[in-house]
Design a protein around this ligand. Structure first.
Ligand SMILES: Cc1cc2nc3c(=O)[nH]c(=O)nc-3n(C[C@H](O)[C@H](O)[C@H](O)COP(=O)(O)OP(=O)(O)OC[C@H]3O[C@@H](n4cnc5c(N)ncnc54)[C@H](O)[C@@H]3O)c2cc1C
Length: 450
């Protein structure tokens, strides 16, 4: 064990978009900063897998959309272009053994199910406007809303099984969780945090509107390159010790000292750090009430986006997963065809139990069901889940247990002595998204310098 004698103004833990943004802003403000990262790369839950032929896929965060202004601004600042997600043509629905093609967002359901689904979406949007974004625990009826799960609400409001099935697909795609996993209060908070359910679900004008040329990790790589000498890789933080005068942060090899530390990792991973003295009880509890969501991304790569020839946009939805939602993730110039399918929530946990071959066979069968036999013969198949990564433990983001917001919510952003908290989970706007991570990094930098 060595001591890095140099006292820093700020140590930042975690080089995802939150930690990178915090470090970048603090360095701009003239602070001496060191960024400690457990992995051997930056980006965290954003990871672009690049292939020898120059193509790439995003294993983690990928899309950006309107009102995600801070992320678009970073893209511009670091010279990264965006391009619209392909959504020209008809979408596909597979339900009760039949494939149907349709226009627009809402699948062709029997009339009463359709009305029920539409009414549920509008009711969630309306209710979400009552949420206090900055302090969700102060929302009217917060306790009641935080006790009820989204599944309780859905079962009470939606009498048609088909409508509930398709609502559950949308919930899975937005939260990487099942409606029974989290409270109505969290559903309303998250909905308002990203504007409304339509925005969260949509490609055009929604959260899936655009992708980054070169992949979503490119901005992170370029930002990190501007302060490469301030980043230590393969440096998981194990202990954070506060004294009256300073804070000591210990990795497996080194103890660093600073005036302040910014912890920019998901709460579920904060629980693995030993804090001395122990954190206040509410803060301790918080870390165990925020498990991560569950999702697999399945990629099939073809010579060309053949489904476009049939007037299809590559979007598909089915309750009969494992894959319940697909997108066209081909490169901007369409020089390859790339389909991406999501396996979500409890289906993702079940999918994790399959062998590599079983997952591949199962995913390709789904793609072939939606887009025909050609989809069963990709040039390359790969899949990935952050459930299997020690430094994420799941994705897209934390899915709070019912009761979290009203019991431990106030501790989420509250500094503890010299410790400040960042990460998308601490953001009131676009919580759970890259935009939320960036905003949290900017907010914590202001907090530390203010
Ligand atoms: C499959 C998937 C799809 C997604 N799709 C989208 C999308 O399309 N659009 C969107 O906006 N968002 C999406 N997201 C969510 C988005 O990626 C995250 O919200 C965002 O990247 C979180 O950033 P962060 O900096 O808060 O946390 P992280 O990215 O998790 O960064 C935390 C960093 O801390 C490091 N770390 C952890 N523990 C320690 C430790 N003890 N010591 C040191 N370092 C540590 C980790 O290695 C990591 O680098 C998706 C996520 C996933 C996984």
């Amino acid at each position: 064990m060595t001591d890095d004698k140099k006292p820093y103004d700020v140590l930042v833990v975690g080089a995802g978009y939150a930690g990178l943004t915090a470090a970048y802003e603090l360095i701009k403000a003239g602070r001496t900063v060191l960024l400690l990262e457990a992995r051997d790369r930056v980006g965290g839950r954003v990871h672009t897998q690049r292939f020898d032929d120059g193509s790439y896929v995003d294993l983690g965060g990928a899309w950006v959309g309107p009102t995600q202004d801070r992320l678009y601004a970073l893209a511009r600042a670091f010279g990264v272009d965006t391009f619209p997600t392909y959504d020209t043509g008809k979408s596909t629905q597979y339900f009760r053994g039949r494939v149907k093609r349709y226009k627009g967002l809402i699948p062709p359901l029997p009339l009463f199910s359709l009305l029920s689904l539409d009414a549920a979406i509008r009711r969630i949007n309306k209710l979400s406007k009552t949420v206090d974004l900055a302090e969700p625990w102060n929302t009217p009826n917060a306790r009641q809303l935080d006790t009820l799960t989204l599944a309780d609400w859905m079962n009470g409001q939606m009498s048609y099984e088909t409508a509930r099935q398709f609502f559950t697909i949308a919930v899975g795609a937005i939260w990487a969780a099942d409606p029974a996993d989290f409270s109505l209060l969290h559903a309303l908070f998250y909905t308002r945090s990203g504007r409304d359910l339509d925005t969260l679900m949509n490609v055009k004008n929604g959260a899936q509107a655009d992708r980054f040329v070169g992949g979503a990790q490119t901005i992170a790589d370029r930002m990190a390159a501007t302060f490469a000498d301030r980043i230590v890789f393969n440096a998981p933080v194990r202990t954070i010790t506060q004294t009256d005068a300073q804070v000591e942060v210990t990795t497996d090899t080194t103890t660093y000292t600073a005036s302040r530390v910014v912890v920019a990792i998901p709460p579920a991973l904060q629980a693995d750090i030993r804090f001395e003295p122990a954190l206040p009880p509410q803060r301790q509890q918080l870390m165990t009430q925020l498990p991560m969501g569950a999702v697999w991304k399945c990629y099939a790569i073809y010579d060309r986006p053949f489904w476009r020839d049939q007037g299809l946009n590559g979007l598909a939805a089915t309750p009969d997963g494992p894959i319940t939602v697909t997108f066209d993730n081909s490169p901007r110039d369409g020089s390859q065809g790339i389909l991406m399918g999501f396996v979500l929530g409890s289906k993702a946990r079940d999918f994790s139990r399959l062998s590599d071959n079983e997952r591949r066979a199962s995913a390709l069968q789904s793609f072939a069901t939606f887009f025909g036999p050609e989809a069963a013969r990709p040039r390359r198949y790969l899949d990935h889940s952050f459930l299997n990564e020690a430094w994420s433990k799941g994705c897209y983001a934390a899915v709070p247990q019912p009761g979290f917001w009203t019991s431990a919510g106030p501790a989420l952003r509250q500094p503890v002595g010299r410790i400040h908290w960042a990460g998308t989970e601490t953001s009131d706007v676009w919580n759970g998204y890259i935009e939320g991570a960036v905003r949290s990094g900017e907010r914590v930098a202001r907090e530390v310098t203010g």
